[in-house]
Design a protein around this ligand. Structure first.
Ligand code: AMP
Length: 506
């Protein structure tokens, strides 16, 4: 195999986005000023010790900007996505703010609302990591777990309650909890709460908290509907905005192999054998490809697991735990299932498919090369994926070096008549490239809490079912009908029945 050594990029993803900051944003330090340390932020010695043991060298921009204000008791309105260090930006100072007082039975002192169970669990893990030298008690109130255990935990008194809105409302209705003493509230991933139709529940919950509370509100975007909510929930907040990096960490070396679609699995196996893979995420664009690839890897003797939004919650947890514990070496996954999950310290990320949205590339490969460790990110591109690779290169400002696999016939970019699909934006994240017709069923958002919901307030992401059908040149397959395809026209492709995930959000 011939693997070109790519040039590293010259940017650090923990640096602020180079685009001009809005007025409300505290300017980042100039390149020549010494970098801020955690000790500069006013955190206690016990927190600093825990952070030091995690090898965090410097606060990320959101941490640098938010932590002093949270410690001061100010409300914070943060525009930040996962991967920016957002969770520590509120958990670290919360631990200090809450230290020193005791919780009363059924009256949590602080509340963190998360849209999904996975994120709630992840925040809980953060409290364990960062709070190891503090004696604060946290509890999780999430669906899929025994309500009696959760009630027992509340009865003993908790300092930090981490909850998904649906289960929390259930408990409130059963009289298991009182929020009248909850003086610190975090609303995390507000845009996802909106997408999932949780806002009425959130409004109800916030209405039960005292007015003189401190509120920290985070969202990946600040669309008008989110801004309206923030205005309703926050009082004179400090506004902070950081972007997900559009650059690739200097610690990540990247590579791209152009390969015919039918040879992708073989190409991946070759790469897996040639590289010193310790553990890797392998991203597919579609759920059904996750299943197919996972089965194929297992059949070929690889230690692999699969993760996508159609899988039962318990299976997802077990698989993730096994992967984190090193019992599974490769995890084949979809973007949505992996979104927000903290699976750090990976040696490799593979893109079995070129992501349709260029930002997802940065997000995917940012799972490796973290905390100044070296990482490798390799992408398999079909000949017609040039438009998507061009978009990635233009976003990151860096070409992805091409690699060849000697055992496979070389493939090249398709000729120019493979056009980039028309732009239609993506569910509320306007301005990004649309899903091409061939990706007929992109994954729906992760499964929300199992509870009857008000209809979602924002329309879910449109998908390629709205794209005109077309005939694939090389296979003759008719694609792009999505769920609209008339039965008599089915050739090899069948519309998928409404799956659990879609049904949840319907
Ligand atoms: P988050 O954006 O909260 O999902 O965090 C993304 C990842 O960054 C998690 O794996 C954190 O453990 C890690 N992290 C958070 N803050 C820092 C930091 N200051 N230095 C290095 N890693 C960090």
């Amino acid at each position: 195999m011939n693997l070109t050594d790519p040039d590293p990029t010259d940017t650090d993803p923990t640096e602020p986005d180079p685009t001009p900051s809005p007025e409300s944003v505290t300017p980042a330090p100039a390149a020549s000023t010494p970098r801020v340390t955690f000790a500069d932020l006013g955190l206690s010695e016990t927190i600093l010790r825990a952070v030091h043991e995690l090898d965090y060298l410097h606060p990320t921009p959101i941490q640098e900007q938010a932590i002093p204000y949270v410690l001061m008791g100010r409300d914070v309105l943060g525009t930040a996505q996962t991967g920016t260090g957002k969770t520590a930006s509120f958990t670290l100072p919360m631990l200090d703010v809450l230290t020193g007082s005791r919780a009363r039975a059924r009256m949590p002192r602080s509340l963190i609302l998360e849209p999904t169970r996975e994120l709630a669990l992840q925040v809980a893990e953060n409290f364990v990591k960062y709070g190891k030298y503090q004696k604060l008690i946290h509890a999780l109130i999430i669906g899929g777990e025994s309500m009696n255990d959760q009630k027992d935990a509340l009865t003993r008194g908790v300092d930090v309650l981490i909850a998904t809105p649906g289960r929390l409302i259930d408990l409130i209705e059963r009289g298991g909890i009182l929020l009248s003493d909850t003086k610190l509230l975090v609303i995390d991933e507000a845009d996802r709460m909106l997408d999932m139709g949780f806002i009425p529940d959130v409004e109800r919950i916030v209405g039960l908290l005292p007015a003189n509370r401190q509120t920290l509100f985070f969202s990946a975007t600040m669309a008008p509907a989110i801004r309206k909510l923030a205005d309703a929930f926050l009082s004179n907040p400090k506004e902070i905005s950081v972007s997900r990096p559009s650059s690739v960490a200097t610690t990540i070396t990247t590579g791209l192999v152009i390969v015919e679609p039918l040879q992708k699995r073989e190409a991946l196996r070759q790469l897996l054998r040639a590289e010193a893979v310790q553990n890797a995420l392998i991203f597919c664009n579609r759920k059904r490809d996750v299943d197919v690839l996972y089965k194929s890897l297992v059949k070929h003797g690889f230690s692999a697991g699969a993760l996508h939004g159609d899988m039962a919650q318990s299976v997802r947890f077990t698989t993730l735990e096994k992967f984190k514990a090193g019992e599974i070496q490769l995890l084949v996954c979809s973007d949505v299932a992996a979104r927000g999950l903290d699976i750090g310290g990976l040696s490799h990320v593979f893109n079995f498919d070129v992501p349709i949205h260029a930002e997802d590339y940065v997000h995917r490969i940012g799972r490796t090369g973290r905390a100044e460790k070296l990482g490798r990110a390799l992408t398999l591109a079909a000949p017609e994926d040039k438009w998507a690779v061009d978009a990635i290169e233009s976003l990151t400002g860096m070409p992805i070096p091409h690699l060849t696999i000697e055992a496979l016939p070389p493939a090249h970019w398709a000729q120019a008549d493979v056009a980039r699909p028309a732009r239609r934006g993506r569910g509320g994240r306007g301005g990004r490239a649309a899903t091409p017709a061939k990706a007929a069923k992109p994954e729906a958002p992760a499964r929300p809490e199992a509870r009857p919901k008000a209809p979602p307030q924002r329309k879910r992401a449109t998908d390629a079912t709205q794209a005109p059908p077309r005939v694939e040149e090389n296979t003759g397959r008719v694609v792009g009908f999505g769920d609209e395809i008339p039965a008599f026209m089915l050739i090899r492709r069948r519309p998928r029945p409404m799956d659990g995930e879609n049904a949840d959000a319907a």
